[in-house]
Design a protein around this ligand. Structure first.
Ligand code: DAH
Length: 356
């Protein structure tokens, strides 16, 4: 049997090492159990073994062993007091946990398109203006060469107010504007040429909700008036704008059309984002462009002389062009959104898919 007193020394040294390596409260308690447990504790076992030592050695060994027991008990009590001081109070914040990322807001996709449009036109020297959504018949229809009996009024199913609303801007409003084109009249009435503006804003129509219709949507109107403004200016401006908004690779074409307030009038198409445009094999089965390779994006034309007459401009002297584009439609074509209603449901899973 090894020398009992050196056994006692070795156990003290082992205890010191174990306690030094015990960092927190649970570890210190584990050390305590390892040495002092009634069953299987290292010191308990040592004390038991003393019984088998020679009777003359027992008093000394007994004292040494009791010293060690006192030492271990004291050191453990000290360490437990130390770790108790650094223990977190109940409910305390654990500052070592990783932080919770704050959720960052996104701009609405319609805002993104509107801002992109405004940036492009601002760079081309256009003024950005806004006007009333409650409008009168004159600005929404009549001054735009759509008199009361004009069949073009049927093209837009109008939401009329139950009672006229007096406004700061002239005659009482009787309807929710069906397009932003009335802003052409509002601006020309009060300003002299040259004119170069865009007018974004909400418009309203008596439409039921479906994949491609909402009773409220957003348009941007454009108007340029001056001397010697030509169809070439219209084309050049819209080509540059559409290439910037949708990408230089997109094809753009003009297609003859009709609007009462422009002559000649054109609808403008861009090549289909889904199939890549006409000439691509995928066009033959493309649902987005209905196998044409082209998507309609806006209406435009040269300002009708009747519009100039309505605002007191000399149609012999001034010419101009105008255009109107749906912001939702532009967003749909830009990002391949399949349902216009998504823009108004405010589902974050949808809204967060767009750039910040
Ligand atoms: N106002 C038309 C609409 O709501 C769009 C439009 C067409 C505006 C031709 C224009 C234009 O200024 O010249 O569909």
């Amino acid at each position: 049997m090894p020398d009992p007193s050196s056994q006692i020394d070795a156990l003290r040294a082992q205890f010191d090492r174990d306690l030094a390596g015990a960092a927190g409260e649970p570890a210190v308690r584990a050390v305590r159990d390892r040495y002092l447990a009634r069953k299987g504790g290292l010191l308990t076992a040592l004390l038991k073994n003393l019984a088998s030592a020679p009777p003359e050695a027992r008093p000394l060994l007994g004292r040494l062993a009791n010293d060690l027991k006192g030492y271990i008990t004291t050191r453990l009590a000290e360490r437990l007091a130390e770790v108790a001081v650094s223990r977190r109070p109940a409910g305390a914040v654990d500052v070592t946990l990783p932080g919770r990322a704050p959720s960052i807001g996104h701009r609405h996709p319609l805002t993104l398109v509107r801002e992109a449009v405004e940036t492009i036109f601002a760079r081309m020297g256009f003024l950005v203006i806004e006007g009333p959504e409650l409008e009168d018949d004159y600005h929404n229809f009549e001054a735009l060469n759509m008199p009361a009996d004009h069949p073009a009024r049927d093209m837009q199913d109008t939401l009329y107010l139950a009672a006229p609303v007096r406004s700061a801007a002239g005659s009482p409003a009787t309807l929710l504007r069906t397009h932003t084109s009335g802003m052409q009249i509002r601006y020309l009435e009060t300003h002299q040429p040259p004119v170069r503006l865009i007018a974004p804003g909400r418009v309203y129509r008596r439409d039921d909700l479906d994949l491609s219709h909402t009773p409220m949507f957003t348009q941007v109107e454009g108007l340029v008036v001056g001397e010697r403004v030509t169809l070439a200016d219209l084309k050049g401006t819209l080509f540059a704008f559409l290439h910037e908004l949708f990408g230089q690779e997109r094809g753009v074409r003009f297609r003859p059309s009709f609007f009462p307030y422009t002559e000649p009038s054109a609808e403008v198409d861009i090549t289909c984002s889904a199939c890549g445009g006409p000439g691509n094999p995928a066009t033959a089965t493309c649902g987005l462009c209905k196998r044409t390779g082209w998507l309609e994006i806006l209406g435009s034309g040269m300002v009708h002389p009747a519009v100039f007459e309505a605002v007191g401009y000399d149609p012999e002297r001034y010419t101009g062009f105008a255009f109107g584009m749906g912001i939702e439609r532009a967003a749909i074509l830009k990002w391949g959104v399949e349902d216009i209603r998504l823009f108004y449901e405010n589902d974050l899973r949808f809204l967060e898919q767009f750039p910040l």
